[in-house]
Design a protein around this ligand. Structure first.
Ligand SMILES: NC(=O)c1ccc[n+]([C@@H]2O[C@H](COP(=O)([O-])OP(=O)(O)OC[C@H]3O[C@@H](n4cnc5c(N)ncnc54)[C@H](OP(=O)(O)O)[C@@H]3O)[C@@H](O)[C@H]2O)c1
Length: 289
C-alpha cells in the first residue's frame, strides 16, 4: 500500500512510520530530510504528484497543544489544523482516488469537562476551548468526497514521548500528585494500541466516521496517580489545587482538570481486541523500556 503520513515527525507519527515500515510511505513535513517530502500548509504548498496512486492517508498535522494558551497560540492550534487538512483534502479531491483517509481529532470534541457521564461516539460535542476547534477540524476531514473517512478521536496517548515525557520525571523525583480533587476522569490509550487500531480501521470497511481511540478502562486522576506511583515505586503524596494549576497554566489547565470518561464503543462493537486495556500493564511496559 502507498500511505501518506502528514505530521509523520511527531510523537504518534514516528511510531506509525515504524509500524507501517513495510509499506510505501510518503512522509510530509515542513522540514524534510532524506526520505521525507516538503509541504507547507500555511503557504498552500503540496506537490500533487505525491498523492498520485495513494491508497491511505493519515493526517496528524497540527501545532502542539501543550503549554499556556495565549490568543496567538490558540490561533496557531486552530489554523495549523484547518490549513493542513484543507490543503490535503483539496489536493486529494483533485488528484487522487484514496481508499481510506484517516484524520486526527481529540477527545476535546466532547468538551472540557463532562463529569462522570459515559461518553461514546454517539455523544454530542461539548463546550470548552478545544471543542469548536475539534468540531471544525472533523468537518474538514469529513468533507473529502468519495472516500471512506475515519476521524480518530485520540485519548491521552501513552508512549515514549508526548505527555508521559513531561510527567515521568516529575513522578520519578517523588514530586507526583493529584490534580485538583483527583475525581476527574482520564481517558488514555497505549501507543501500541494506537498503531493496531489505525490498521484495524484501515482494514475494516465497516469502520467509518468518528472513532474513539481510547482504552476501554478510563481511570480517575486519583487512580492514575496511585497506579503511576506504584509502577515507579515512588511516593506521590502531593496535591496540586485547582487554583494553583489555573494560575500556572491558564485556560490550558482544562486539559488536567477537565473530566472526560470516554469509551471506544465503535472499536468494541467491531470486534477490536485491545493489547493494553489496563493502565497498570501499559505503564509497566513503558517504564521498563
Ligand atoms: N499525543 C496525544 O496524546 C494526542 C491526543 C489527542 C489528539 N492528538 C492529536 O493527534 C495529532 C498527532 O499527535 P502527536 O502527539 O503526534 O503531535 P506532535 O508530536 O505535536 O506532532 C504533530 C506534527 O504536526 C506537524 N505540525 C506542527 N505544526 C504544524 C503546522 N503549523 N502546519 C503543519 N504541520 C504542523 C509537525 O510536523 P512538521 O514540523 O514536521 O511539519 C508535527 O510533526 C495531533 O494533531 C494531536 O492534536 C494527540
Amino acid at each position: 500500500m502507498k500511505i501518506i503520513i502528514a505530521g509523520a515527525r511527531g510523537f504518534i507519527g514516528k511510531y506509525l512510520q515504524e509500524y507501517f515500515a513495510e509499506h510505501q510511505l510518503v512522509l510530509l513535513t515542513r522540514h524534510p530530510s532524506c526520505n521525507e517530502h516538503y509541504w507547507n500548509p500555511e503557504q498552500g504548498v503540496l506537490d500533487p504528484q505525491l498523492v498520485e496512486d495513494v491508497d491511505v492517508v493519515i493526517n496528524l498535522a497540527g501545532e502542539g497543544i501543550a503549554g499556556r494558551w495565549s490568543q496567538a497560540k490558540l490561533r496557531r492550534i486552530a489554523q495549523s489544523r484547518y490549513q493542513a487538512t484543507s490543503l490535503l483534502v483539496r489536493t486529494l479531491a483533485q488528484h487522487a482516488k484514496v481508499k481510506v483517509y484517516l484524520g486526527a481529532s481529540a477527545l476535546g470534541y466532547y468538551g472540557a469537562d463532562r463529569g462522570s457521564i459515559e461518553l461514546d461516539e454517539t455523544s454530542c460535542s461539548g463546550e470548552g476551548v478545544l471543542a469548536p476547534i475539534c468540531q471544525h477540524w472533523e468537518d474538514l476531514h469529513m468533507s473529502l468526497p468519495n472516500t471512506r473517512v475515519i476521524v480518530a478521536r485520540f485519548g491521552l496517548v501513552l508512549g515514549q514521548g508526548g505527555f508521559l515525557k513531561k510527567l515521568l520525571p516529575v513522578f520519578r523525583w517523588g514530586m507526583g500528585g493529584i490534580w485538583g480533587d483527583g475525581r476527574q476522569w482520564m481517558s488514555w490509550v497505549a501507543i501500541q494500541d494506537v498503531c493496531q487500531i489505525l490498521k484495524f480501521c484501515i482494514d475494516n470497511p465497516a469502520v467509518t466516521g468518528p472513532v474513539n481511540v481510547t482504552s476501554p478502562q478510563p481511570v480517575t486522576n486519583l487512580e492514575w496517580t496511585w497506579i503511576l506511583a506504584q509502577v515507579l515505586h515512588r511516593p506521590a503524596c502531593l496535591r496540586l489545587p485547582k487554583h494553583m494549576l489555573r494560575a500556572l497554566l491558564g485556560a490550558s489547565s482544562e486539559l488536567l482538570l477537565g473530566s472526560l470518561r470516554v469509551y471506544p464503543k465503535k472499536l468494541l462493537d467491531e470486534g477490536y481486541r485491545f493489547s493494553q486495556p489496563s493502565l497498570e500493564a501499559a505503564l509497566k511496559t513503558l517504564v521498563d523500556l
